[in-house]
Design a protein around this ligand. Structure first.
Ligand code: ADP
Ligand code: MG
Length: 767
């Protein structure tokens, strides 16, 4: 069944050629006990390796069941070794880090037997070699004879047709040798056993046939065999392969023997993971904190609609303007916004002019009041407010200087945010409220406007309380002069001022923004009741000057000078004829309400042209978005930094895997002799790096997670509001473990491919 014809093997060492086998012709019966005798260096081991498919011949042929192996593929050799051959070596070649049982099972695993069958079969052969009581011991806990029995059991496990033994008793005392030899002899009763020995006595005592080698040639054969040429048995072996799980088990048992080193390696590998995990936790925690801030503290921040909005979406898209025109004659026109924008100012493309139309005001009116505390509408109307100074001079108040603006319409919202220090809130159109800042201060211009001493250190509330003003409607204030076609205001305000000239107003209360309230809902200064605005605007719309100015777009009827369309528009707004708001602020009741308000405002823009769209500003959202962007940006940089340590540790793991490859060279040879493919060997080391990566990743994530507690405790002590700064994101934790596995796997690819390419014969030779 096994026939060698003219088998030749040469080794080249530099230029020197060593002929190990020199045209060996041998044929074996399917059941016999052949001893190969010969002095050291005569080619016995080489011959055995040829027969076992562990090494390739240079010339000649090895016929297995009459079939040539000259064109055997690597996988066929692997399969042949696994199914047809059982190796027994002089130095046992057991895998030292696994149990006796596992050693016997390895070959069975390669042939794809189930775990149960494997165990059953392994115990069966261990019983047969008399080691049933030692199955859970490690090989180094056994005597030499016992170790050789394990090797024999391993060789027998797959029930191969051929047992190849290379000086199996070479390292064993003679008494034990005899026992081993009897065992082998018994095996040879139903198998072909080819045993190499240089002990003639043993050969002649036990073998049924003795072949003597000398210098790579057959010197003598005691019982030559000439096979009939007609043997045409089909030759087919099952493919061998090692399941990844088996590779994992093997690597796991190997790592268990090097617990300390594995732990140190994994810890070093985990440092990069710790860094990345901590950065991610911090970024995650901060973003959560900011979201929380947006949903609680910032929830009631207003949504604002101004005449000019910053189009954040456009800003993000366009970025900063790039390049300058190539030559001086080449210029572009700005978007044509001057006609609608009341101020002479050029707009950047990311600015958007909001044309607050009646349509839009109706849209705002349609907003469900349950969503907002209040809507504050400001107009650029400049009321005719007169005031008598302490020196009895009357002047017209500059409404901008004293912030003469409407009050909040919702008293509950007001008292949520303001404390009345003195007096009470305005209840009708004749009552005013003075708002001071958080420290009871007012701008110095305010005092000069009222004719008060700006250098005084303190003022009594009484100075302001009950202070009276007078608002004079246009028709009472302006007089028309037909000769010049102009409207004039009273020349002497002090003389003009008096009873029944206009509506008397007086300050009835002084209020201050309360602690922890929304700041800047109202600016400091004088606030009037919303009814006053309604009354004033109603009159202004039908006033003489209002209607006249409306009909005179090119000439100011107050100064008599020529005006641009823009100036005309501002003039109409200042007179109150055009009551278009200059800004609208909507104060949401909650975060959810804010969402509803935004949806409502967005609905207005659907199907509208760019120019007609109204872009509102949600400052809270912008703040949180920008902050998130900044946090994310910083975390990318930090992650990049910690990634360097990830790379460094990956390289280190690669080196350690290479060391492991060197250490496990013998094991590689053993596995190959048992039929493991190159790919299986690579798999063993990939399994090892996978395990290390898994431990490193899990360790890193666990350590980072534990570190978040002291970090949160420390930061929580330093900063009041931040009690959960670092929160590990679960998906990221899993992702990091996977990344760790992938990185170490990549790092181990080179060492594992080195391992897989190791020559099995050379590997077995290593000690
Ligand atoms: P034996 O087992 O009979 O002692 P071997 O088969 O091991 O002999 O070796 C036969 C000859 O081939 C020896 O001269 C040995 O030095 C040489 N040889 C064996 N393996 C190699 C190798 N891998 N490289 C070079 N020479 C080798
Ligand atoms: Mg030898």
């Amino acid at each position: 069944m096994l026939q060698l014809t003219g088998i030749t093997k040469r080794y080249e060492i530099g230029t020197f050629k060593q002929t190990a086998l020199d045209g060996v012709d041998l044929a074996f019966r399917s059941k016999e006990f052949v001893c190969i005798l010969g002095p050291s260096g005569s080619g016995k081991t080489t011959l055995l390796n040829m027969i076992g498919g562990l090494d390739r011949y240079d010339a000649g042929d090895l016929l297995i069941s009459g079939k040539s192996t000259r064109h055997f593929k690597a996988s066929q050799w692997d399969s042949y070794r696994n199914h047809a051959i059982g190796f027994v070596f002089q130095n046992y070649n057991l895998i030292t880090h696994t149990s006796v049982l596992a050693n016997v099972e390895v070959g069975l695993t390669l042939s794809g037997l189930s775990a149960e069958k494997r165990r059953e079969r392994a115990l069966e052969v261990l019983e047969r070699v008399g080691l049933i009581d030692h199955v859970y011991k490690k090989p180094n806990q056994l005597s030499g004879g016992q170790m050789q029995r394990v090797a024999i059991a391993r060789a027998l496990a797959n029930d191969p047709d051929i047992i190849l033994a290379d000086e199996p008793t070479g390292a064993i005392d003679s008494a034990t040798s005899r026992q081993i030899m009897s065992l082998i002899q018994e095996i040879s009763r139903d198998k072909l056993v080819i045993m190499v020995t240089h002990d003639e006595q043993i050969a002649h005592t036990y073998a049924s046939r003795v072949v003597t080698l000398r210098d790579g040639q057959v010197l003598h054969d005691s019982d030559p065999y000439v096979p009939e040429q007609s043997t045409t048995d089909k030759l087919s072996f099952k493919r061998t392969s090692m399941a990844f799980l088996q590779a994992l088990q093997l690597s796991f048992s190997n790592l268990k023997t090097k617990k300390f080193r594995t732990l140190i390696t994994a810890f070093a590998g985990s440092i990069g993971i710790i860094g990345v995990a901590l950065v991610l936790s911090l970024a995650n925690g901060l973003n959560q904190e900011i979201d929380r801030l947006e949903m609680t503290t910032l929830a009631e921040f207003p949504i604002q609609i101004e005449t000019v909005a910053f189009d954040l979406a456009a800003a993000r898209q366009s970025g900063p303007p790039t390049g300058r025109p190539s030559d001086a004659g080449d210029f572009e026109q700005f978007p044509d916004v001057r006609t609608i924008f009341p101020f002479q100012r050029s707009l950047s493309p990311v600015q958007h002019v909001n044309i607050i139309s009646d349509d839009y005001m109706q849209h705002i009116d349609a907003l469900n009041p349950i969503y907002y505390h209040d809507i504050l509408i400001n107009r650029s109307v400049n009321m005719n407010i007169l005031h008598r100074r302490p020196n009895d001079q009357v002047n017209r108040i500059n409404t901008g200087t004293v912030n003469f603006e409407p009050m909040l319409g919702n008293p509950d919202f007001f008292s949520d945010n303001y404390d009345v220090l003195e007096g009470r809130l305005p209840e009708n159109h004749q009552e005013l409220l003075l708002i001071v800042d958080a420290y009871n201060r007012l701008n110095v211009r305010f005092f000069t406007e009222l004719g008060l001493d700006p250098n005084a250190i303190e003022y009594d509330f009484d100075v302001f309380l009950n202070r009276s003003f007078q608002v004079v409607l246009h028709d009472d204030y302006y007089t028309y002069d037909a000769a010049t076609n102009r409207f004039f205001q009273p020349t002497n305000l002090t003389a003009f001022y008096g009873e029944n000239r206009g509506i008397d107003l007086s300050i009835v209360g002084i209020a201050r923004v309360s602690e922890g309230a929304l700041s800047n809902v109202l600016s400091q200064g004088i606030k009037y009741h919303p009814d006053l605005a309604a009354l004033y605007l109603e009159h202004a719309a039908t006033s003489e000057i209002g209607l006249a100015q409306l009909a005179s777009p090119e000439r100011s009827l107050i100064t008599g000078s020529t005006i641009t369309p823009q100036t005309h528009q501002s003039l109409l707004r200042s007179l109150g004829v055009d009551s278009t708001p200059s800004s609208i602020a909507i104060y949401p009741v909650s975060f959810e309400a804010k969402e509803a308000i935004r949806d409502h405002l967005d609905a207005f823009n659907v199907d509208r042209s760019d120019a007609e769209r109204i872009i509102y500003t949600d400052l809270a959202a912008i703040v949180t978005e920008l902050t998130s962007d900044v946090i994310n940006g910083i975390s990318y940089v930090l992650i990049a930094f910690s990634s360097i340590s990830l790379i460094v540790s990956s390289i280190m793991i690669g080196i350690i895997t290479y060391v492991s490859v060197l250490e496990r060279t013998k094991e590689i040879g053993i596995l190959r002799s048992l039929g493991a493919r190159k790919r299986d060997i690579a798999r063993v080391f990939n399994a090892e790096t996978t395990l290390i990566g898994l431990v490193a990743g899990s360790l890193g994530v666990a350590i980072a997670f534990l570190l978040t507690f002291p970090i949160n405790a420390i930061i929580g002590n330093l900063v009041d509001q931040l009690d959960r700064l670092a929160v590990m994101p679960i998906q990221a934790a899993f992702a990091l473990i996977v990344i760790s596995v992938i990185l170490t796997l990549i790092a181990g690819l080179i060492p594992s491919s080195i391992a897989s390419r190791k020559d099995p014969v050379a590997a077995l030779r290593v000690d």
